[in-house]
Design a protein around this ligand. Structure first.
Ligand code: PA5
Length: 440
């Protein structure tokens, strides 16, 4: 079986095989636009061949830097927002054990994220938490001018300089930014920080396989070579054929586009593993910023089951019928836990005694998929093999390709995000930022 494997049985009869096949010429056209760089936003197609062009030199540099950080830090803080933190957080949560920060001694530093909000409580609590620990920072911003990470970096830089002195702090700060532009690049050059480059032609939300994602992952102890290798397998597979029947990224794009055309304007990505929660956040940014254009596009939402079956489950079952659901299922868990047998059976659970929790979880998924289908929430299932770096590399690339193709099928530019500037203009004017006040 090729992973991710898509089962779309529960989209029938809303979507027929004939309708899917009728899309083939259109899919050939949009795949051609992607491969030949003739579509909208083609200046930002660097992600397309990133896996196959990531060489040994950069991977070794990242691994050596990660080892240096692991040796000198009990805490590693990634400062960034949007595409500059969601991918690394997704990967670290996906691959590492739940509660990894509480088990970090043998593995590497505790990992925290900052600069993805402007909350004084969050920042003050973080500063308290790390006060007595040795810290390294990775400040990540493609533009180098984003307000949230810039504020967080000011505060953390100040803390580092107090703790280690100006020179000492410099050797513990790592910058990931544009090759030449932006305030962060100028600052990094002036201070002499070790710097990693985000390629010009890779947009923020497509940057997880660049040093933006790879340095934090390597520090957390993930096998970044295996991750890139997984993504490379997907790249080779998906660029070989645009056949909907052979290429799951094409199939995913077609199914989403067909569902959207039938009034299903919300896609709910559902997982049954808490470790996938941050991956769903990454996917929401990827899909939302790419497709939400011209007052259209599928709204990406997420739920964590079975937790949310006891809250949003009611809405999915019986609420407004404008949603479809995509289940993201992991085939094999890292660890097995079985339901114990109790002689008194007071809770009546002995019918499950000896059964792995995964068995129960799988039945919960099957029961949910069937109930939602019967309740007219069409659903499909993406199955992935396991929570390894390799599987995740494939999945990252699958979603990038699937979302880009959906955007082209919708006739929009999936690689820009003009809408995110609007709140900034208002906020800057309200803050009297020079150049944004009244009269500008
Ligand atoms: O996808 C995008 O381009 C954005 O969401 C950015 O990742 C986000 O705004 C952060 O930008 P920057 O890395 O320039 O600080």
């Amino acid at each position: 079986m090729t992973f991710p494997h898509i089962n779309y049985e529960n989209l029938k009869p809303l979507i027929s095989e004939r309708e899917i096949d009728q899309y083939q010429p259109e899919v050939d056209r949009v795949c051609g636009m992607l491969e030949e760089g003739t579509g909208l936003g083609s200046d930002f197609l660097g992600w397309l061949h990133l896996p196959s062009s990531t060489g040994d030199e950069i991977l070794s540099d990242l691994e050596n830097t990660a080892r240096e950080i692991q040796r000198s830090a009990q805490v590693f803080i990634c400062i960034g927002i949007g595409g500059s933190y969601l991918g690394s957080k997704a990967a670290i949560d996906f691959v590492l054990p739940n509660f990894y920060n509480q088990q970090s001694n043998s593995r590497g530093p505790e990992i925290y994220f900052a600069g993805h909000n402007i909350s004084s409580d969050y920042m003050a609590d973080l500063l308290d938490l790390i006060a007595d620990k040795d810290v390294c920072l990775n400040v990540i911003s493609k533009s180098g001018t984003t307000t949230e990470p810039a504020i967080a970096f000011r505060l953390l830089k100040q803390m580092m300089e107090k703790k280690y002195g100006v020179e000492g702090a410099r050797s513990r700060i790592y910058a990931t930014t544009d090759r030449a532009r932006g305030a962060l690049k100028s600052l990094a050059d002036r201070e002499g920080y070790k710097t990693f480059v985000i390629p010009d032609d890779v947009g923020g939300r497509f940057s997880v396989l660049t040093p933006v994602g790879l340095l934090p992952m390597a520090v957390a102890g993930l096998d970044i070579r295996s991750l890139i290798d997984g993504a490379k397998t997907a790249e080779e597979h998906y660029s070989r054929s645009s056949s909907i029947r052979e290429n799951p990224a094409c199939l995913y794009a077609v199914l989403r586009h067909l569902l959207y055309g039938k009034g299903k304007s919300i896609e709910i990505m559902a997982s049954f593993q808490p470790a996938l929660g941050s991956l769903l956040e990454w996917w929401k940014q990827l899909a939302g910023e790419s497709e939400g254009k011209n007052h259209g596009g599928i709204f990406p939402a997420s739920v964590q089951y079975t937790t949310d079956l006891h809250s949003l489950g009611q809405w999915v079952q019986e609420g407004n019928r404008i949603v479809f659901e995509t289940f993201l299922i992991v085939e094999s868990s890292n660890r097995e836990v079985k339901v114990p047998k109790f002689e008194d059976d007071l809770d009546g659970l002995n019918y499950l005694a000896g059964k792995p929790l995964d068995f129960v979880n799988e039945k919960a998924y099957q029961g949910t998929a069937q109930a939602h289908r019967e309740g007219e929430t069409p659903n499909m299932t993406l199955r992935i093999q396991d929570r390894s770096s390799h599987s995740l590399g494939r999945l990252f690339y699958f979603f990038e390709r699937g979302v880009a193709l959906t955007g082209y099928l919708m006739g929009i530019n999936p690689f820009d995000q003009p809408g995110v500037e609007f709140y900034k203009k208002n906020m800057f004017a309200l803050l009297n930022k020079p150049g944004y006040g009244k009269g500008n």
